[in-house]
Design a protein around this ligand. Structure first.
Ligand code: ACO
Length: 363
């Protein structure tokens, strides 16, 4: 029988299926009021992938009017990874997914839903999530892309959590993946020094005896959409000779204005997530902020009362990888022992849209 046309296990599941009760809560879980008793959304495993090619600030000095000194002091970025010509967002996403599945001890057959957060899909359609499904051999699941720019990973965690807590699915794969080098204007020094390529993934599961995601806060303000955009390539401005000549198929950003909103939105989201769980910042082992700019991270850390030791930073090596950034950082924090089972983790991000989000996770 052709597997492609089978219902996913969750779709076929009878409503009578009840999971074993989760452990008694140590922290206030705001989801409890939604009658999600007996469910949890554990981060069962994480994984990441970055391309092997390193592009340093010194390399950029040779192509645009910039300097290592300017980039380092204004952003904290020293180098970024650039995908190969034949390496696509779906390839990076699939490799990060395989690593997350391995760390979770989950096989492709167990995945019931794939959500890929990206602003650089392989194509407008089909979704990159469908391409990832094929690449990892997960035949019996639903798959879709989610677009919330740099907040995409946190948005995807929230959506995945809703499916798990509502008993629709038990196992969801979330991936944030970007090939930003494909939409960066390499002649524009204002933006080309900031971005890099890569992917981060997480397997989320209903697991007895765990807490996992305690809350997720997401928000948006479309009134500020013009601050960060790629004007060409959509239905409003399809590709034409004129649109290409006008460089409309590249990312554009009002850096200064974005900076201000980034700090404000990330602080508000982080504080709201902590408030909902009734957790003080001092109880957080590791804060994983979106890796856009070291100055943004430091300003957010200071305002929410996090010590420098709580903040996880790896943007010096990867730059801003948009939807992949929090996933790559989370994977590195876990693999280097910065996060251990039982620790409380705060993740917080901000991006084009404008969008923002934060989540508190008991690891
Ligand atoms: N090298 C040298 N000089 C540069 C460069 C560069 N790469 N880029 C800009 N400059 C110049 C500017 O031209 C300007 O010169 P001028 O004063 O003669 O006009 C000067 O440096 C200062 O430029 P500003 O834009 O004021 O620099 P600022 O301190 O604001 O830093 C930056 C710019 C790094 C972009 C910062 O504003 C920032 O990080 N913004 C937020 C970006 C962000 O968070 N994005 C997240 C979302 S991304 C997404 O969703 C896809």
């Amino acid at each position: 029988m052709n597997n492609y046309f089978q219902l996913s296990p969750a779709t076929a599941r009878t409503p009578s299926r009840v999971s074993p009760p989760a452990a008694a809560p140590k922290f206030k879980n705001p989801r409890a009021k939604h009658n999600y008793v007996g469910r949890s959304c554990a981060v069962a495993g994480v994984g990441a992938y970055v391309p092997s090619r390193v592009l340093t600030n010194f390399d950029l000095e040779k192509t645009v009017d910039t300097s290592d000194e300017w980039i380092t002091t204004r952003t904290g970025i020293k180098e970024r990874r650039i995908a190969g010509k034949d390496e696509f967002t779906s390839d990076m996403a699939a490799e990060a997914a395989r690593r997350a599945m391995k760390s979770a001890g989950v096989t492709a057959d167990q995945i019931e839903l794939i959500i890929v957060a990206t602003i650089t899909p392989d194509m407008v359609f089909p979704s990159t999530a469908c391409l990832v499904q094929q690449k990892i051999g997960a035949k019996r699941c639903a798959a879709f892309d989610l677009e919330a720019a740099c907040s995409g990973y946190i948005y995807a965690l929230e959506v995945a959590q809703q499916f798990i807590m509502s008993r629709t699915y038990d196992t969801v794969l979330v991936v944030g993946a970007e090939k930003l080098s494909a939409i960066v204007d390499w002649k524009d020094r204002n933006t080309c020094v900031l971005f890099g390529d890569g992917a981060g993934a997480a397997v989320l599961q209903n697991r007895a005896g765990t807490h996992g995601l305690l809350t997720t806060v997401i928000g948006a303000d479309g009134g500020k959409a013009e601050l960060l955009m790629m004007p060409g390539g959509g239905s409003r401005c399809p590709a034409s000779k004129d649109s290409v000549d006008a460089r409309l198929h590249f990312l554009r950003m009002e850096g200064k204005e974005t900076f201000k909103h980034a700090v404000q939105a990330m602080c508000t989201a982080a504080e709201e997530a902590l408030r909902r769980c009734e957790v003080d910042i001092s109880k957080i082992k590791c804060v994983i902020p979106h890796q856009a700019n070291r100055r943004i991270i430091d300003a957010v850390g200071e305002r929410i009362g996090a010590t420098p030791g709580q903040l996880f930073v790896n943007l010096d090596r990867y730059g801003n990888t948009s939807a992949a950034s929090v996933g790559i950082a989370l994977d590195e924090a876990v693999s280097t022992g910065r996060i251990q089972r039982g620790d409380l983790v705060l993740i917080v991000g901000f991006g084009g849209g404008l969008t923002w989000g934060a989540a508190v996770i008991e690891w």
